[in-house]
Design a protein around this ligand. Sequence first.
Ligand code: NDP
Length: 288
Amino acid sequence: MNFLHALTGSFSQSAAGNPTVAMIEAAYRHHGLEWRYVNCEVAPIDLAAAVRGARAMGWAGFNCSLPHKLTVIEHLDGLAPSAEIIGAVNTVVMRDGLWIGENTDGQGFIEALRPVCDLEGQRVTLFGAGGAARAVAVELALAGAAHITVVNRSRPRGQELADLVCAKTGATAEYAHWLPAMPIPAGTGIVVNATSIGLAPGVDEQLDVDWATLRPGMVVADAIPNPPRTHLIRTAEAAGCTVLDGLDMLVNQGAIAIRLWSGVDVDRSVMRRELEHVLGLRETANTL
Ligand code: NDP
């Protein structure tokens, strides 16, 4: 018998609305892993102590969510290359006694995108320039996208992200100020919403976009996980685009974190079903 489980978890504030624990523990159970994931409420002032505590208790790693994605870096021993460029960490892994920061948000997005399109040489229109947009832009550029148009409401953040992509990756990028009824630039192959527009409870909010400029054949992805069928997803589907919802991105970033911690490539459908269940999007739970 082994009564000592490997420990992982999440540090955030506020933690109560974060469903990650449900989907990760569903994967652990499904694969018979003797691992646990503990969702912890950690205030900014307590972050250093929490990281020291995780080390003292032998945790295999942890996720960081808001507001710790930037500030956790000063408590780590090193960063993976893409986390270094993005400048934010959402997953921390214990490797040979060192805490290494990774960013699986953008990697999860890329894993969802790869089965539906070839990324090489793509022109991308990205709405948003916050943490999610930074992760998505950097990973898209590292995965072979040729050009990214960053559309953002506030110029400084949008310009900074475009400059970051140009300086640190092989792709080109430009900032486009978000005008009313913003057209999708001609030649765009992939459209991404990485703003918080459409996130519950603001489910009726829409991007201010000229919808007639969505073309069949475009891939349209929304980072909003809840609800997954946003106005953007529904409109793009009706326009004949290939769509990807934010639940796939959320599931993938969690599955990549589990792979980094345990080496196990888990069944993502189990995680997605559990998420849909806890978010009230489906009636039956996983039978595990
Ligand atoms: P940030 O607060 O860092 O960034 C928010 C972005 O949304 C900014 O670009 C902001 O523009 C823009 N924005 C917000 N409201 C409006 C508005 N009314 N009109 C125009 N632009 C607006 O948040 P994150 O980047 O961390 O997260 C963004 C979204 O991505 C969240 O909803 C989150 O749920 C989702 N997400 C999903 C993940 C997944 O796995 N599916 C992973 C991580 C995040 P401005 O700069 O002008 O303020």
